[in-house]
Design a protein around this ligand. Structure first.
Ligand SMILES: C[S@@+](CC[C@H](N)C(=O)[O-])C[C@H]1O[C@@H](n2cnc3c(N)ncnc32)[C@H](O)[C@@H]1O
Length: 218
């Protein structure tokens, strides 16, 4: 099995049961997601892609907040995508959301979605689960149209939280195959420089999480 194939199988294994309680349980510790959605500013008639869309929770909320935009979701787990498709249908947003299975470290948006680029690309608590996540940063930026932006929310360095809390959190996250990316700012900075984009990087909740926005020039 290829490494993408084995990672897909791992994610399906992790989420096959978890997805049924995912949205209820994660709301207490995947902090900053609503903040990120509020800051997307998807233009009317515009498009937004979520990489690692999971259960579709963010996509559904984004369709409510930006009722004139179209949305796209990519995930490597077919189990998660099944749940996302159900959530989007229940929301009555099926016409405005397109989902596809794929690997966020390298994907062809034109083939998967019929779109070459997007006004917004966002990644919420997925870089910390993607092996080769730096490639995802590059692929995400490549999918942002000139004048558009990439938005990332994920676990931070917990630099202003007690050491015991940081240690416990990380040991617990590791059980779910989650690794906070301590060099995320550096990776985003380096990818931003390559395309002349500007980076804003903000720790949230004493460094529990981080919120980053990379704006591409026109
Ligand atoms: C912690 S969940 C986050 C889901 C959603 N973004 C949220 O904020 O609730 C991480 C998601 O990333 C997906 N994922 C992991 N590796 C991936 C990859 N290489 N390509 C695409 N999706 C991936 C997992 O299947 C899972 O649905």
């Amino acid at each position: 099995m290829s490494s993408a194939g084995s990672h897909a199988a791992l994610m399906d294994g992790v989420y096959r049961r978890q997805r049924h309680i995912y949205d209820i349980t994660r709301k207490y510790y995947l902090l900053g997601r609503d903040h990120m959605i509020a800051g997307l500013g998807v233009p009317d008639g515009g498009t937004a892609l979520e990489l690692g869309c999971g259960t579709g929770r963010n996509l559904v909320l984004a369709t409510r907040r930006y009722p004139k935009a179209r949305f796209f979701g990519l995930d490597i787990s077919t189990a998660m995508l099944e749940t996302a498709a159900r959530a989007v249908t229940q929301e009555g947003a099926g016409q405005r959301v397109k989902l596809a299975q794929g690997d966020a470290t390298g994907f062809d948006a034109q083939t998967l979605f019929g779109e070459a680029g997007f006004d917004r690309v966002f990644i919420s608590y997925s870089l910390s689960m993607i092996p080769g996540w730096e490639k995802t940063v590059g692929a995400a930026l490549a999918a942002v149209k000139p004048g558009g932006s990439l938005h990332v929310v994920d676990f931070g360095r917990q630099e202003r939280l007690p050491t015991w809390f940081k240690r416990l959190l990380r040991a617990w996250l590791a059980k779910f195959h989650v690794t906070p990316r301590d060099v995320m700012a550096e990776a985003l900075e380096s990818e931003s420089r390559k395309c002349g984009a500007s980076l804003s990087f903000r720790p949230l909740y004493r460094g529990y999480a981080v919120l980053a926005v990379v704006a591409r020039p026109r």
